[in-house]
Design a protein around this ligand. Structure first.
Ligand code: KIV
Length: 276
């Protein structure tokens, strides 16, 4: 038997995704845990183990405190529970902005220890050389331009980009540099429609929008946002569920049943056949 033969379904590859530029829209969601990955896998082209996990799961105020170890643990969980989607793991703040050699070591750790197919970096102008260094050495890279959450300490807040003319050319240049450096795909976050469309037309690889209009080749949302887990969500999120309401209802019902003795009932109880 060939060591390459396998019955396992093949995952979407970075190369396949890149070839979908301008064709059928690319469907992406974030995933951080095994049960969620299992539910999303079939319908998504890409599962992003985003560093938003720090805020969504760990209660951090922003993504600055997210570590490589956190990304590895969540990446492993998502990989175990998925078989179809391309899994991309975010490189956390501080793991890739310095020497390209160090970025390469960290990217290789992420890929080897999780089994994921690609990494994502927030690609300001100074990161293009690192993207080239990684892609030339076999690491598929997804870029991320526009609002860059890891820039929060410099910006002072999560700030949409491209509102001023000088910013527009800057963001377009960042996207072009990421694509020229070998990124197979580029996330565009928090920019106006005209800029998203301009970037999408300017780069030869697919763009994936979040708060970046329909002028992109695909869309991504934070899964917990679109499922309605949080009281507040940004304007660009459409809520496809009401997890918050459903969880509150279920927990209230459970508490009432425990307090009245209605739970557990006989159906939820083990009975011994032995006499005690
Ligand atoms: O970390 C994340 O979830 C992301 C998406 C918002 C694109 O980068």
């Amino acid at each position: 038997m060939s060591s390459h033969s396998t019955d396992a379904p093949r995952r979407v590859t970075a190369r396949q995704l890149a070839a979908r530029k301008g064709r059928d829209p690319i469907v992406c969601l974030t995933a951080y845990t095994a049960p969620m990955a299992a539910l999303l896998d079939e319908v998504c082209d890409v599962l992003l183990v985003g560093d938003s996990v720090g805020m969504v799961v760990h209660g951090l105020p922003n993504t600055i405190g997210v570590t490589l170890e956190m990304m590895i643990l969540h990446g492993q969980a998502v990989m175990r529970a998925s078989r179809h989607a391309l899994v991309v793991v975010d490189m956390p703040f501080g793991s890739y902005e310095g020497a390209p050699e160090r970025a390469y070591e960290n990217a290789v750790r992420l890929l080897k220890e999780t089994g994921a197919q690609a990494v994502k970096v927030e690609s300001g102008p100074e990161v293009a050389a690192t993207i080239a260094y990684l892609t030339r050495r076999g690491v598929p890279v997804m870029g991320h331009v526009g609002l860059r959450p890891q820039a929060v300490l410099m910006e002072g807040a999560f700030r949409a980009r491209g509102k001023r003319p000088e910013e527009v050319s800057c963001v377009v240049a960042e996207a072009k540099a990421a694509a020229a450096a070998g990124a197979f795909c580029i996330v565009i976050e928090g920019v106006a429609e005209a800029l998203a469309a301009q970037i999408t037309a300017a780069v030869p690889v697919p763009t994936i929008g979040i708060g970046a209009s329909a002028g992109c080749d695909g869309q991504i949302l934070v899964t917990e946002d679109m499922l309605g887990l949080f009281e507040w969500t940004p304007k660009f999120v459409r809520r496809y569920g009401d997890l918050r309401g459903e969880i509150a209802r279920a927990v209230r019902e459970y508490a009432a049943d425990v307090r009245t003795g209605a739970f557990p009932a006989a159906a939820e109880t083990y009975f011994s056949t032995m006499k005690v």
